[in-house]
Design a protein around this ligand. Sequence first.
Ligand SMILES: [Fe+2]
Ligand SMILES: [Fe+2]
Length: 226
Amino acid sequence: MKMTDLVKSFVKNDSGCAAVFEELNIDFCCGGDVSLQTACLEQGLKTDEVYQRLMESPTSDEKDISALTPTELTTHIESTHHIYLKEALPRLTALMEKVCQAHSSRHPELKPLQAVFENLRADLEPHLLKEERVLFPLIRKLERDSLGLKMKAAEGPVRVMRQEHDRVGELLKQMRILANGYVTPDDGCQSFQLLYTELKKLEEDTHLHSHKENNLLFPATRRGAN
Ligand SMILES: [Fe+2]
Ligand SMILES: [Fe+2]
């Protein structure tokens, strides 16, 4: 890998790089189409130092998914990221409500954070269903029927899913700002701490989830269209 390579290629090549980008607040899923150099410049970071860290980052224990077929990728994404969200979103809604009730008088940032989180949930849940009921079955069917993989039929739904990922990425950015980078305030109780830990995890998982769809699954359907 070189410093001029795209940010998303670093994660494609080694998913362990995702943790470094998360820590440095570098977008690798929806805004990953810039070179490492440019991304570092935008964040005011020294490219050679970041590059060094990426090269030294421990390889993620997640299994290597770069060799999966589009069908296998859809199964992997559903059985990891979709299942996670279906469990986490209702649980976080309840936890957010509890923390808001206890702390929003002293922490006015909590109410707007709750409102953005509700928008995020309202966007994500139908998004998952669209992928599970429309796009993923279509990708599996096109791959099964093969014939040079006429994946062009997937182009419209893919475009919509990409737009929805961008919007989800924007909402996650807003949440991070409102939550002060998920640093719990000194007077935050255990539930407050848990909420911020879990929201940070939601952010990380969703970045990786969007990366796998935007940068691995969707390009694979385009390759099939040729
Ligand atoms: Fe998904
Ligand atoms: Fe998606």
